[in-house]
Ligand binder design. Structure first.
Ligand code: GAL
Length: 419
């Protein structure tokens, strides 16, 4: 074949592959709430990969940490008969959407790509409705973290705390040194995030399970729960004046800039440190929330696909689901997001020390069946209705002078009403 003919056949081939791509191209509209610096960087990894496959990404980002706004928008879109192609739906809500019959069956992709073998059951169980995969997990977040600025601790002359008594002692000194001890955003889901870590520290994993998974009225109204509210009450005195309504990533930036000493937040906060070019062990420290070392509150993000009439869209959904579980995506996405891969067979050598520690604790607690609990604040342990009932009590308590005893009574009553 001469040069001219070679060129000709290459261009014919290129044209035919391209037209194949164009012919099969579908628009995938993806609803999520990943709008902070680290989050946006993470989701753009999937956007790029989907586009390389020839599909068109339609970003449907609804701002609001924790996803309350996004969930409301999702419901109204589905009710009006116009669901997105895919949405970040997680935890028990996957079951609720599955029951309503809206979710697409991903069994064939899952089977072809051996999801049952590459995912630990604690992850795959959440992704299935009636034994069939209806969602693809992008990661595993650990919620019970504390993010600390070592410089601020140094200036205040205190060590970074590992227990609750040490925490309050350190917070006093940091406050006296003129810094904000705890960077917090006063939004219900952030209050709940801190509260559940305190419950874990005070009562341990078994108690957490009794209260927030099994909803045992005895646990909910116990002296341990009263103690947890007592400890939670202490947080207020270490906040700055501007905490009310603050977004979580703004609170993280206070720690990054050295205005505040620490933040209690899941490891999506690490995505903000990473996006700001900060290094763990040097610019910041990641430690388990004081008193919860060796325990792991998990929060798994996942993308569910909505049933489609258009077969091209269905094909694109399968491509996307496959990409989500690919090693490349799990690697790059999670390095940006702060989480660890959902696949436990993944090579962790490129990850930072916080992610490695997280993966170790995840595997250890899973294999010992001890210390691994589903996050209540992030929809992993209970229905949206019960979570909402708990959240209302926690936030009301935090912003009033309600006594711990009163809070506990209200908690037990409200949970019972939603069961
Ligand atoms: C959580 C979600 C995380 C993170 C966080 C803040 O609910 O699982 O991925 O984005 O909200 O928006």
């Amino acid at each position: 074949m001469n040069f001219k003919n070679t060129l000709l056949s290459i261009s014919v081939l290129a044209a035919s592959t391209m037209s194949a791509n164009i012919a099969n191209a579908a628009e995938v509209e993806v609803l999520h709430w990943w709008t902070s610096g680290g989050e946006a960087k993470s989701i753009s990894v999937l956007k790029d990969m989907v586009q390389v496959e020839g599909h068109v990404w339609k970003d449907f980002a609804v701002a609001g940490g924790g996803g309350e706004n996004a969930k409301t928008v999702l419901r109204s879109r589905v009710v009006s008969g116009n669901p997105p192609t895919s949405a970040q739906i997680k935890g028990l809500e996957i079951q609720e959407w599955g029951e309503l019959g809206f979710l697409a069956d991903l069994s064939s992709v899952a089977k072809a790509n051996k999801w049952d073998a590459i995912l630990p059951s604690v992850v795959s169980d959440v992704m299935k409705y009636e034994g069939k995969y209806v969602a693809a997990p992008v990661n595993v977040h650990r919620v019970n973290w504390m993010w600390a600025n070592p410089e601020v601790f140094k200036k205040a002359g205190v060590e970074i705390p590992t227990t609750l008594p040490e925490l309050w002692m350190a917070a006093d000194k940091i406050k006296a040194a003129g810094f904000t001890a705890i960077a917090h955003g006063g939004q219900p889901w952030q209050d709940l995030t801190t509260f559940e870590s305190i419950v874990l520290a005070v009562g341990g994993a078994e108690f957490f399970d009794q209260a927030f998974v099994k909803h045992d009225p005895k646990a909910l109204s116990s002296a341990t729960m009263v103690k947890a509210f007592d400890e939670f009450r202490k947080v207020n005195q270490y906040l700055d004046n501007g905490f009310s309504g603050r977004d979580w990533n703004v609170a993280t930036s206070m720690v990054i800039k050295g205005e505040a000493a620490m933040q209690f937040m899941g490891d999506w906060a690490k995505g903000e440190f990473t996006a700001a070019g900060k290094m763990p062990g040097k610019d910041y420290e990641c430690l388990a929330f004081p008193g919860t070392e060796g325990e792991f509150t998990f929060n798994i993000d996942s993308l569910a696909m909505f049933k489609q009439k258009d077969s091209k869209k269905e094909a694109a959904q399968n491509v996307m689901a496959q990409l989500v579980l690919s090693e490349k995506f799990q690697d790059v996405f999670n390095m940006n997001k702060g989480s660890i891969p959902a696949r436990t067979d993944q090579d962790m050598s490129g990850f930072d020390s916080c992610a490695k520690a997280s993966m170790n604790t995840f595997k250890q607690t899973a294999s010992m069946k001890k210390g691994l609990v589903p996050s209540m604040a992030h929809g992993m342990s209970t229905t949206a209705a019960i979570q909402g009932a708990i959240s209302d009590v926690v936030t009301e308590f935090f912003n009033s002078d309600m006594s711990s005893k009163e809070a506990v009574e209200k908690l037990a009553r409200s949970v019972k009403a939603e069961m």
